[in-house]
Design a protein around this ligand. Structure first.
Ligand SMILES: [Zn+2]
Length: 142
């Protein structure tokens, strides 16, 4: 005898015992396997699920979705940072000085990346220089 977890087209779950897999197929073909709740003969074998409690399963699914979401976000951020870096000149420690020169029209307008202390960054912002911190990403060597 084989026990099958079955589900009808109205999503009623029930179990059925059959002599063999072929026996189940034969009975199903003749519409002898019916849902005990609604009598529907459109019954399918439910896929075997590991024995975890429903709450834990939901939790795991939620984590999987969140991880996928984070991975996607991380990928987008990485692309963004890569684009910024590809289109900007890395001026390192000279960043505040170079950013000012561009702001006051003393240097060619271009994208800059570099380092600034919190005080320097604040001073630049107060002067109206447009700067934005680059996000620091995990396993970003910078
Ligand atoms: Zn049913």
């Amino acid at each position: 005898m084989i026990r099958y977890d079955l589900v009808c087209d109205n999503a009623h779950g029930f179990e059925g015992w059959f002599g063999s897999a072929a026996d189940f197929d034969r009975q199903k073909e003749r519409a002898l396997v019916r849902c005990p709740t609604c009598g529907s003969p459109r019954v399918t074998k439910r896929l075997m699920a590991p024995a975890v409690s429903t709450t834990r399963k939901k939790e795991e699914q939620r984590h999987a979705v969140m991880n996928a979401h984070n991975q996607e976000m991380l990928g987008k951020l990485r692309d963004l940072v890569a684009t910024i870096k590809a289109n900007a000149e890395d001026v390192g420690e000279r960043f505040p000085e170079e950013a000012r020169k561009i702001h006051y029209g003393e240097a060619e307008q271009r994208g800059l990346i570099g380092k600034a202390t919190a005080d320097e960054a604040r001073a630049l912002i107060e002067e109206g220089v447009e700067i934005a911190p680059l996000p620091v990403l995990p396993d970003d060597t910078n």
